[in-house]
Each structure stands twice: as structure tokens, then as C-alpha cells.
Design a protein around this ligand. Structure first.
Ligand SMILES: [Zn+2]
Length: 334
């Protein structure tokens, strides 16, 4: 169970440094297959989305442990701040341009799910560039949390804080600092069962803007499925899903770190992770609506084949971008 907690708390691991970031001109398929050509072993990094059952259906909220008590920010130290590795500035005063943060999940040694010739961190980055291209053409400003195979945070090690936690926090901080309209994280799923497949989009119901979260996620999900259908490509629609109790551990619910409320870490947990002092900590959550899209399962041979198809990848990216645009068109400007 201890190992499960570590997996849980490290969620969407990220970041690399010397892995040779795939350039925009690098064909995805060759980049991916070059990296894992000899790998048939699934690296189930997406344990935060896979369920304990082979169906990978998230645990129903009704039977999950109760939500944790609200964190009192005034009683906790906040997580350390890091600089981030991508240049970005806030909007100029009066600039009404929509700003969308696109977050390619994982990076560096935290590669995400990998199977069937697809490495998620590379696939996510390629997909993010595709989504960005569609949005830029529509006059939307896009800020990506990484543009290469590097973690988003820049800084020396800090006792008690994992690289993954700091990386995720930096992605959130970046979105908050530039006052983005929405935060959209791109992933692909992994499961112990090769039969699990399809597209799903997560949103969080515990935030003050929960309704917007749900609208954003469902709009993206619908458009991805719609674009794939229009392209004549069949994918399973797994729907938009509430992540508020995606995982339960020791009586606590854990939503996705990127989407959920500020996450409290007890003093004992800080010490267990090698930190000094025993004061509890809390993370900084996003200040804007967000969604996390799981674009197919790399662990499904059929889905992985689609992820190595230009037509399918463009359809998925077009669907994400169209969903974002549809959401922005109906959402009030902040
Ligand atoms: Zn992922």
C-alpha cells in the first residue's frame, strides 16, 4: 500500500532533460518507435486513471471514501515556488485575446504510459503542437507548459518534494501567472488490460468553477468523438468524467493534482519524503477551468495503431481544438 501511495502522489510524473526533445519536424511515429521499438512491456504510468478492475472504469463516487476536509491555506505552508522552463508573460492590460494553456503530460524520465510502439510523453507533445496549430490559426494565444522533453520547473532539488510534484505545481503556477482562460492537459491512457480503449476527459467538481469544468470537458469530449466519427475512424466514447474521487487511499479522496483543489500534505508525509520539519503543506491549485483528456489507450493495440496514424492524430487534435473553441465562444470573457 505504501507503494500505491507513492504512485498516487506522484500521479502524472514528468520531465526529462537530456532525452533529446523531439522537434516539431520530427515525425511522431518514427520518434516513438525509435524510442521503444524493442519494448512490448506496458509501463502503466496512467495508474491514476486505470481502475483496480480490468475495465478501467473509475470507482463510482458513491462507493468511494469521503472527500478530505477542506484545506485551510492560512494554517499551512504553501509549496515552494520554482521558475519554469518556458517563457511566458501575462496578458497586457486590456488585451482580450483568449489564452489557453496546453499541457503535454509527462516529460523526461517520467515517460507516462508506453506500449505498442507509443511512448506517451512524446505522443502528448506531438499532439499538443497539433492542437496549438489549430488554435493559433483561430487567433487564440497558446502557452504550452513544455515545448520539449523537459520538466516545466527549473530548480535544484528540495528535500521532501518530488520532481514530479514540483513539475505539476510549476505547470499550474504558469497557467495562473499568465492569467489563462483555461487549462487543458493532454494525455493518453494505459491499462493492464489490452482490451481497454477509447477517449475520456476528466473534470473536477470540487472547484468553485465546477460547472465550467464540466462544460469544458464534455465539450472537448464530444468534439473529439465527433471529429473522429467524421473522419471515418471508430473510437470508443468513454465520456466526460468527474475526477473528484478518482482514487481513494486511507479514507481520503484524491482527484487529479492538476485539476483538483489545493492538496494538503501532512507534516508526517513531508518527513516520510525526506523533508525537514514537520509542518503541513498545501499546493496551489489552478485558478481557471480545466480538463484532462485521455486520447486513447497506448496499451490497446488498436488504439496504439491509431496513435501512429497521421489521420487519427489530426482528427484527435482537431477535436480537442474545436472543443476548446466551442467552449471559449460560449464562455464569458474574464
Ligand atoms: Zn499521462
Amino acid at each position: 500500500m505504501r507503494a500505491r501511495l507513492v504512485v498516487l502522489l506522484t500521479l502524472i510524473a514528468l520531465g526529462c532533460a537530456a532525452c533529446g526533445a523531439p522537434s516539431r519536424t520530427t515525425p511522431l511515429v518514427s520518434a516513438v518507435t525509435a524510442t521503444v521499438a524493442a519494448t512490448s512491456r506496458l509501463i502503466p504510468a496512467e495508474t491514476f486513471t486505470a481502475s483496480p478492475t480490468p475495465s478501467a472504469t473509475p470507482t463510482p463516487v458513491a462507493s468511494a471514501p469521503p472527500a478530505p476536509a477542506p484545506v485551510d491555506p492560512g494554517a499551512l505552508r504553501t509549496a515552494p515556488r520554482d521558475n519554469y522552463s518556458v517563457p511566458a508573460l501575462p496578458r497586457a492590460a486590456g488585451d482580450k485575446t483568449r489564452v489557453v494553456v496546453i499541457d503535454p503530460g509527462h516529460a523526461d524520465d517520467e515517460i507516462g504510459a508506453a506500449a505498442n510502439g507509443v511512448v506517451e510523453k512524446h505522443s502528448n507533445l506531438d499532439m499538443a503542437f497539433r492542437v496549438e496549430a489549430f488554435l493559433l490559426a483561430q487567433g487564440v494565444r497558446v502557452v504550452m507548459t513544455r515545448r520539449g522533453d523537459v520538466r516545466t520547473y527549473v530548480g535544484p532539488p528540495i528535500a521532501g518534494y518530488s520532481a514530479t510534484r514540483r513539475d505539476l505545481q510549476a505547470r499550474i503556477d504558469l497557467a495562473n501567472d499568465i492569467n489563462a482562460d483555461i487549462f487543458v492537459s493532454l494525455h493518453s491512457n494505459g491499462s493492464a488490460s489490452s482490451a481497454d480503449r477509447g477517449v475520456e476527459t476528466y473534470w473536477d467538481s470540487l472547484r468553485p468553477f465546477a460547472d465550467a469544468n464540466r462544460t469544458l470537458a464534455s465539450t472537448i469530449q464530444r468534439n473529439v468523438i465527433g471529429e473522429m466519427t467524421n473522419a471515418g475512424i471508430s473510437v470508443l466514447d468513454r465520456g466526460a468524467k468527474n475526477d473528484s474521487c478518482l482514487r481513494g487511499f486511507q479514507g481520503r479522496c484524491f482527484p487529479l493534482f492538476l485539476l483538483g483543489p489545493g492538496r494538503g500534505t501532512t507534516g508526517a508525509e513531508v518527513l516520510q519524503r525526506g523533508g525537514t520539519g514537520d509542518q503541513a503543506m498545501t499546493s496551489r491549485p489552478t485558478a481557471m477551468p480545466g480538463a484532462l483528456v485521455e486520447l486513447l489507450f497506448v496499451s490497446s493495440p488498436a488504439d496504439a495503431a491509431l496513435l501512429q496514424s497521421e489521420d487519427a492524430r489530426n482528427g484527435l487534435a482537431r477535436g480537442v481544438a474545436r472543443g476548446i473553441l466551442e467552449y471559449l465562444n460560449q464562455a464569458p470573457r474574464g
